[in-house]
Write a new protein. Structure first.
Length: 297
């Protein structure tokens, strides 16, 4: 049963929203510290945070790291053609619409009822992105070649990355959609000894080697505690056929309130050593988070 009041109404009286969607139970929880700001969870796992008054506010650290990758790769405020695989509450599309006027965006969200809930309770700014209710893998396979500057893969089935989005075949299609100077970014999650993360690095490198004469460029952005194996957490993978702006990316990540490390070059080679690329035949979902990894107040 739905229960909610006007999302534009600030203050502690704003009611949470709960609704069954195609793939789980979605909750929109108002942030009592920020007027018109909302946290989206699905089956208890945090998915998105949106501030309707300030779409440039990115609450989640991993989302800021994706934003840093975009800003470093495309300096200034030039409009982009962006594809978002996974929509949630549309945090990144809102951020791009605010920071890059004229941006053209497509969002692929398999959960149609979730997309409808977000459109109803957290209206998108104009011009709104084109939202496709489709499977991310199938949509990417059918998308036109060389039509996007940016592809962001942030798809979680519950708390894990679906197996279909972990293979060389998938990354090959995502890279095909990109223009030659485009950027591919994926939100991953893992813990030491990083079997999943390492396999994904090998997978992206293998797919890049097919389309970039020099093998392209890859890096990982993650919190030091995650990289040291102290806890499970997000790792943002960035890849391009052209050299990545590692120095600028390192500066942006280091200046964050929760600094991240950029692993690149020899450090990335050491991290990836011994890992084999994943193909559709052997693809598996990412590991589930340990119990207690998410706490939502």
């Amino acid at each position: 049963m739905d229960h909610h009041e006007d999302p534009g109404r600030p203050g502690p009286d704003t009611a949470p929203v709960m609704r069954e969607t195609d793939f789980g139970t979605a909750r929109l929880l108002p942030d009592i510290d920020r007027d018109r700001a909302w946290l989206l969870t699905v089956d208890g796992a945090p998915q998105s945070y949106v501030d309707l008054d300030d779409p440039a506010h990115l609450e989640f650290e991993y989302v800021r790291r994706i934003a840093y990758a975009v800003d470093a790769a495309f300096p200034g405020a030039e409009p982009l053609d962006a594809v978002h695989l996974g929509g949630g509450a549309m945090t990144l599309p809102r951020w791009l619409a605010r920071t890059r006027p004229g941006v053209r965006q497509q969002v692929v969200e398999a959960d149609g009822r979730l997309a409808a809930l977000v459109a109803e309770v957290l209206p998108l700014p104009e011009p709104a992105p084109a939202v496709h209710t489709a499977d991310a893998r199938a949509w990417t396979a059918a998308a036109g070649s060389g039509t996007a500057d940016l592809v962001v893969a942030d798809v979680f089935g519950g708390s894990t990355v679906p197996a279909a989005l972990t293979s060389v075949e998938f990354v090959r299609d995502a890279l095909r959609v990109l223009r030659p100077g485009g950027l591919y970014v994926a939100n991953l999650a893992d813990a030491a000894p990083f079997a999943f993360l390492r396999s994904q690095l090998a997978t992206v490198r293998a797919a890049l080697a097919e389309s970039a004469p020099d093998g392209g460029d890859v890096c990982v952005l993650a919190e030091p505690a995650v990289l040291r194996g102290r806890r499970y957490g997000n790792a943002v993978l960035a890849a391009s056929r052209r050299p990545l702006p590692v120095a600028e990316l390192t500066r942006l990540c280091a200046a964050d309130a929760f600094p991240a490390r950029v692993v690149h070059g020899p450090g990335l080679t050491r991290l990836t050593a011994g890992a084999a690329p994943v193909t559709d035949v052997c693809a598996r979902p990412s590991p589930p988070p340990p119990e207690g990894a998410f706490t939502v107040g």
